[in-house]
Design a protein around this ligand. Structure first.
Ligand SMILES: [Zn+2]
Length: 401
């Protein structure tokens, strides 16, 4: 009886803890989306990290050590396998749409993303990516178009949002035919400052700002593999965003590791690994912020879909050897990364030698992982659909969905 009572007391204490945990309001929310990052991309990266230390095993990334783990189904309204814009729309608005559509429902009616709802509730908002900010995933949080490839009109929606921070440049900044006024003119006319790289950011820092890559002509961040020391990184963009957005009412940050997907489309294993590690570096910045405000911060790390059908293991043998990629990482200063990523023969050779399998150069239809830590994180445990994620974020922030 005594031990039963003790058990009951412990159970009740746990329940009280859980209840108060659940009642916390997430004032600061970080949503990281690893584009195309399935469970296997993470496993590949962690196996690589262990092998680089000379051991068999799996060295954890920062975000895989978060206490809450769930999974999200990803199918779209039109296809069992989603594209990035339909998945982005689901994650941003809570509504499934057809592949190729952005921020609109299957009947072409515009949807309101949680970024707008959070902004209207008085919180600051930042949208950022390692790819261009008018690309599918980031654009799903502010844009509306029946075609995700209408990059110029999608970009024109950005300055109208009033969101305080954007990180990443623009695809087709002068329109598809290069015959339109620069998107940067519209951005400046909308009251935004534009900063190329961190030095300009420090000099020009203000309430509404677009931070772009330092030197790339198409304004996209370089790949983690082979980038120069002073190139802008996603971790630096997230740190800059925190500087602009931190205020006592709170903020919402969506940060995308967009090039995990690009690398996986090319079946480039070391590209997937280095881009996943790169996003983890950005998560570390968020985690540092969380450590300062643990009761009011929520960090979620997930993906929009899986790309490449990558596997640790290829054909027979119960082994893989990811040190094969050392010849790439060690010679990275002399390696033309774009050339490597487009060399199908060499990529296939390297993957086979490493024992890494691929089933497609496109997306697959599997569920994706969801990791979470902080205020309201317990709601992200277990099975969910991608459309549940924005609902859960609003619930954690106590904002009407
Ligand atoms: Zn995607």
């Amino acid at each position: 009886m005594k031990s039963f009572n003790r058990l009951l007391a412990v159970t009740l204490a746990l329940l009280v803890c859980t209840a108060s945990f659940g009642a916390r309001k997430a004032k600061y929310v970080f949503l990281f989306i690893g584009d195309g990052m399935g469970f296997s991309h993470v496993a590949l990266t962690e196996a690589y990290m262990a092998q680089e230390r000379g051991v068999i095993g799996s060295d954890p990334l920062t975000f895989t050590q978060f206490p809450v783990l769930g999974m999200a189904t990803t199918y779209s309204a039109s296809n069992p396998i989603t594209c990035s814009s339909a998945a982005g729309t689901a994650l941003a608005t809570g509504t499934k749409t057809k592949n190729g559509m952005l921020g609109m429902d299957p009947d072409s009616l515009p949807l309101k993303s949680i970024a707008y709802k959070i902004h209207e509730a008085g919180r600051k908002v930042g949208i950022m990516s390692t790819v261009q900010v008018n690309h599918a995933t980031p654009a799903a949080f502010y844009g509306h178009n029946i075609k995700r490839s209408n990059y110029y009109p999608i970009a024109l929606e950005l300055p109208k949002t009033g969101f305080e921070f954007f990180g990443g440049g623009f695809l087709h900044p002068n329109g598809k035919e290069k015959d339109q006024p620069s998107i940067y003119d519209a951005v400046r006319a909308g009251g935004y400052e534009v900063a190329r790289g961190l030095d300009e950011f420090e000099a020009k820092k203000r309430d509404k700002i677009v931070l772009t890559a330092l030197r790339n002509p198409d304004e996209v961040l370089p790949y983690a593999l082979g980038r120069k020391d002073d190139d802008l990184t996603l971790a630096q963009i997230v740190a800059a965003a925190i500087e602009v957005l931190d205020n006592n009412k709170g903020f919402f940050i969506m940060a995308e590791g967009g090039k995990i997907d690009y690398s996986a489309h090319s079946n480039d294993a070391i590209g997937v690994i280095t881009e996943t590690i790169d996003m983890d570096e950005a998560v570390k910045v968020a985690l540092k912020f969380y450590e300062k405000h643990p009761k009011e911060t929520l960090i979620i790390v997930t993906a929009d879909h899986e790309t490449g059908g990558v596997s640790l293991g290829y054909k027979k043998g119960y082994k893989y050897d990811l040190t094969v990629f050392d010849e790439i990482t060690e010679n990275v200063t002399t390696t033309d990364v774009d050339k490597y990523m487009n060399d199908k023969v060499v990529l296939q050779e390297h993957s086979q030698k490493a024992g890494v399998g691929w089933t497609t150069t496109s997306h697959t239809g599997g569920a994706v992982p969801v990791w979470a830590i902080g205020a309201g994180s317990e709601d992200f445990a277990g099975r969910m659909d991608n459309t549940d994620i924005p609902r859960k974020i609003c619930k954690a922030m106590k904002i009407k969905f």
